[in-house]
Design a binder for this molecule. Structure first.
Ligand SMILES: [Ca+2]
Length: 278
């Protein structure tokens, strides 16, 4: 991702200077204070800006919502001012009173630059997603230390997340950014798949957790430890096979490995796929 580039947007638009922040995943879990309560046929955006004593507050951005097909479903223009170090909630009514999920949100800056440390959304169905400004640093967009805390998110030594600068009239380079909220949802867990009697699909591995669910018998296995195998079955992440001791127990071919970078991509697989060796 480059600064000031043109990134493919939803709904057929691409905006110069707009950072498209997606395809990353965060494993942190947010506290309830990060989110606004749900509203019927509306989505509610909550924004926090950093604290520097002077400039981090300013004009709230215009908010445009799109569903997962990229269809426009709502806008809030010039939602007002946000004070230095403050938070604000912006309710966006959906067109036609629909209660669709606003999967994409475009934030477009207004004149007085702000440095956004946190943003969240609450959909009409009560689903909630959040984003922290650290992504600005990762995406090479204008950023600074926010000096504010995000509930539920802890950093070593009391550090605070970064904040993303956005501005319309040239004081900062980034004029806006777009989020695909589900890309920031928590990682899906093999344990949940294995515990469910009604989950169906291919074997599933989570490298962050080091766990593997063998779907043929709903067995949750740990990844093998480096340097030594025990008599217990484990999932060898290099061989991508379940092994026992030095013997390959099952020649499992992993349909798709899930990493922290792709955890929310659709994961379709054949139901009751026969397992080799069973
Ligand atoms: Ca400002």
């Amino acid at each position: 991702m480059s600064r000031g580039g043109s990134f493919g947007g939803v709904g057929g638009f691409a905006v110069e200077g707009l950072g498209f922040i997606s395809s990353f995943i965060t494993i942190i879990s947010f506290a309830a204070e990060v989110f606004a309560p749900p509203e019927p046929a509306s989505s509610v955006i909550k924004i926090g800006v950093g604290l520097d004593g002077t400039t981090f507050g300013g004009d709230l951005p215009d908010i445009r919502l799109f569903n997962n097909l990229g269809e426009f479903i709502g806008i809030s223009s010039d939602p007002g001012h946000i004070g230095d170090g403050g938070t604000a909630e912006i309710k966006v009514s959906h067109s036609g009173d629909n209660s669709q999920q606003a999967a994409y949100t475009l934030f477009s800056a207004n004149d007085n630059a702000i440095c956004i440390s946190m943003a969240s959304i609450t959909w009409p169905d009560g689903s909630q997603f959040a984003w922290v400004g650290d992504w600005a640093q990762k995406c090479n967009l204008d950023w600074y230390y926010s000096g504010t805390f995000v509930p539920g998110v802890s950093y070593s030594e009391g550090n605070t997340p970064a904040c993303l600068w956005i501005d319309k009239n040239g004081d900062r380079e980034t004029t806006g950014f777009q989020l695909h909220w589900p890309s920031f949802a928590p990682t899906r867990k093999p344990g949940t798949l294995c515990e469910s009697d009604t989950s169906r699909g291919p074997d599933f591995a989570n490298y962050a957790e080091g766990l593997f669910c063998r779907m043929s018998d709903k067995t949750l296995l740990s990844f093998c430890r480096r340097g030594g195998r025990t008599n217990k079955q484990c999932f060898d992440q290099e061989l991508r096979q379940v092994v026992t001791g030095d013997v390959t127990a099952l020649n499992v071919s992993l349909h798709k490995t899930i990493t922290t970078n792709s955890a929310n991509q659709p994961h379709h697989g054949p139901a009751n796929r026969p397992q080799p060796g069973t």
